[in-house]
Design a protein around this ligand. Sequence first.
Ligand SMILES: [Zn+2]
Length: 131
Amino acid sequence: MNECIFCKIIKGEIPAEKIYEDDEILAFLDIKPVNPGHTLVIPKKHYEKMEAAPDEVVADIFIGAKKLMKTIKEAMSADFVALSVVGIDVPHFHIHLIPRYFNDKMPVFWPKKEYRKGEKETVAEKIKIFL
Ligand SMILES: [Zn+2]
């Protein structure tokens, strides 16, 4: 995919602050961080979404992310490192590793809702049908 910004970063056509690279994955700093040290971990092969990537690639990404989480937490003196797969930004499978601080004034999680009575059972059944 020629127009993919992450593929261009892999090829070196767009500069990025790379922090880790091996044969399968690349990790680099997000240019607009939630907090400094916010890192993106991507496979070197283009897959639009995580669901499209082979299991081995998903494993490589998460194993790499596990190592980087520890490193980033220590390097940035973070209280914890949040991991997310957002899925609606750049269409090249990637995960976000975000150093977080208890006093950074951001929600630890998204705003939560309540299920109506009986709704969660219906939702669980609906999901299980597709397994
Ligand atoms: Zn790509």
